[in-house]
Ligand binder design. Structure first.
Ligand code: FBP
Length: 554
């Protein structure tokens, strides 16, 4: 395999551990905190998790060295969901700690996500294998997948596979859903006396697995730095050529943390925040007007260019649009989809749609560009629903803004030029070489997971906190996953789930953005973060996100 000079150099990088994990591994001891309660719905959740609920938070600290070698263990690891930079380091940290505890410990990786466990498809790691993936991006070490581990039948198979290999613990690296399922699996294993422990690690570039215990999910730092570099480059191009408005959609299926962080890093003219759109019940026309106002004001200064960041999930937060989507899902439910698909022309289909939608939804549908209208009827998910993430919202908003500007031109209030260009940044950031922050954080999460296993914990999330400070001051420990749960309605049923963290409109990152955005909209106040730096002074290389710094008041 040919490797790049950077990859070679990154193999040699030693990730920084929290100070308390730097002493010999046999000296690390557990400090037990108070018993925990779930964030809401305590009684119901306690009943659902009788064996794993209410356990205490724990932290690690340096203590007396123990001179007995811990008993030999076999641990399985799974990567679950979308790729996020740093996954390889969670695995290498886990591997190194297991080997440091007992060189005969074995780490096996289940391939292709949670389905690898059910299908008993795995690899056994050794030094040469792990060494090829240290400090690299991607999940290709074992692959990932979106199969959910949630049924009793799957759990029973998982228990059998674990028994077959003599597995003592399984580490699940995933987002809010995967860690919710990790907690349910942990409870199942405990209830059935399997002796198998389950430990989670908080992953997702979306940044929405975050709460009073988990300061950030891994991958958010690197992904947002990668997008911000590209957005900064585009801003500089825009300010050089002075002829295009760039509409840039960034990933983030539900929450707008990625968009907000990129805005804080690059100070674009516009950044939509889905949570604000929902709170203000904004219509498509209001959003288009808001952007058109900035275009018009900048044009009055002779600046016929700009940059607008659009979060991936925004359309779902526009009330009239989500109503339209719900009606379309209804319109095409069951056999009606075949009837619709058999219609020969778009005009026939349009007539079918017009007949089926309420007049209000039809009014919304009518203002959409034809391309977007057709996208709403193309791709369906396995449940038969419109896949909102496939809607090119960057094109939708630029088209609506163009229409609005045409109206203003006719009215004689706007005389500028508007040439939009479109971009979507998502996959570009999910497998980047992890920043030093993510490399260190992930390695620590994995190392810490091994210590949680060694100390017999089950249903815990590997927790590293105090992350806005240098790694030396980070705090390592674990939190019962049930502590982060509440009951939510999902697919018509009440379910215990980890609450997804949306952007808080009274939180410091949004408040900072809000206080500055009117100025950024009209002035050209761009900032250029540049590429992620892996070597050099700590104030350049170890910087975390603006979101985390603002949240921590730094
Ligand atoms: P996770 O929630 O699994 O971490 O994935 C997040 C994400 O990157 C979203 O930002 C994006 O909408 C989605 O994955 C894309 O998924 P896919 O890789 O299946 O296209």
């Amino acid at each position: 395999m040919t490797i790049s000079p950077l990859q070679k150099a990154r193999y040699e990088y030693s990730p920084k551990l929290p100070g308390m994990l730097r002493s010999g591994i046999s000296e690390i001891t557990v400090k037990t905190g108070a018993p925990t309660q779930s964030v809401a719905d305590q009684e119901v959740i306690a009943k659902l998790f009788p064996n794993t609920y209410g356990e205490p938070e724990i932290t690690f600290e340096a203590g007396e060295a123990k001179d007995v070698t811990p008993t030999k263990k076999t641990v399985g690891v799974i990567l679950s969901g979308g790729q996020a930079p740093g996954g390889h380091n969670v695995i290498s940290g886990l591997y190194d700690a297991l080997k440091a505890l007992n060189p005969e410990n074995t780490l096996i990786g289940f391939k292709g996500g949670p389905s690898g466990l059910i299908e008993d498809d795995f690899v056994v790691f050794d030094d040469p294998f792990i060494n090829e993936y240290r400090n690299t991006g991607g999940f290709d070490i074992i692959g990932s997948g979106r199969t959910k581990l949630e049924t009793e039948e799957q759990f029973a198979i998982a228990a059998e596979v674990a028994k077959k290999h003599g597995i003592d613990a399984i580490v699940i690296i995933g987002g809010d859903d995967s860690n919710t399922n990790a907690a349910v699996l942990a409870e199942y294993f405990a209830a059935h006396n399997t002796g198998v422990q389950v430990i989670g690690a908080p992953k997702t570039i979306d940044g929405d697995l975050k709460n009073e215990d988990i300061e950030t999910s891994f991958g958010f730092d690197t992904a947002t730095k990668t997008y911000s570099e590209l957005i900064g480059n585009i801003e500089r191009d825009a300010n050089s050529a002075k002829k295009y408005w760039h509409f840039i959609k960034v990933m983030g299926r539900s929450a707008s943390h990625v968009a907000l962080e990129c805005a804080l890093e690059t100070q674009p003219n516009i950044c939509l925040i889905s949570e604000e759109v929902a709170a203000k019940k904004m219509s498509l026309a209001q959003i288009a007007n808001y952007i058109a106002d900035a275009v018009e004001k900048r044009a009055a200064n002779g600046d016929n260019f700009g940059v607008a960041i659009i979060p991936e999930g925004v359309v779902e937060f526009v009330p009239e649009f989500s109503k339209l989507i719900a009606e379309i899902n209804e319109l095409l439910a069951g056999a009606k989809a075949d009837e619709f698909n058999a219609l020969p022309t778009w005009a026939d289909k349009y007539a079918f749609i017009e007949k089926g939608l309420t007049p209000e939804s039809m009014d919304v549908f009518k203002i959409l560009p034809t391309g977007i209208q057709q996208q709403l009827f193309l791709e369906r998910d396995p449940h038969g629903n419109v896949q909102v993430s496939l809607i090119e919202s960057e094109k939708l908003f630029s088209a609506l803004v163009a229409d609005e500007l045409a109206r203003r031109k006719e009215a004689g209030t706007y005389t500028g030029k508007f040439s939009p260009l479109h971009h979507f940044f998502g996959y570009e950031g999910r497998c980047a070489f992890p920043s030093n922050f993510d490399a260190d954080y992930c390695y620590s999460l994995g190392y810490n997971a091994a210590l949680l296993i060694e100390n017999g914990f089950n249903g815990y999330l590997s927790k590293i906190s105090n992350l806005s400070r240098p790694a030396e001051e980070w705090v390592a420990g674990g939190m019962p996953i049930t502590k982060m749960m509440n009951i939510e309605r999902r697919h018509g049923e009440d379910k215990p789930v980890i609450r997804k963290a949306l952007v808080e409109l009274d939180g410091k990152p949004f408040k900072f953005f809000e206080a500055n955005r009117d100025n950024w909209a009209v002035e050209t106040a761009y900032t250029f973060p540049g590429a992620i730096q892996y070597y050099g002074p700590a104030e350049v290389c170890d910087l975390t996100t603006r979101t985390l710094a603002l949240e921590k008041g730094e």
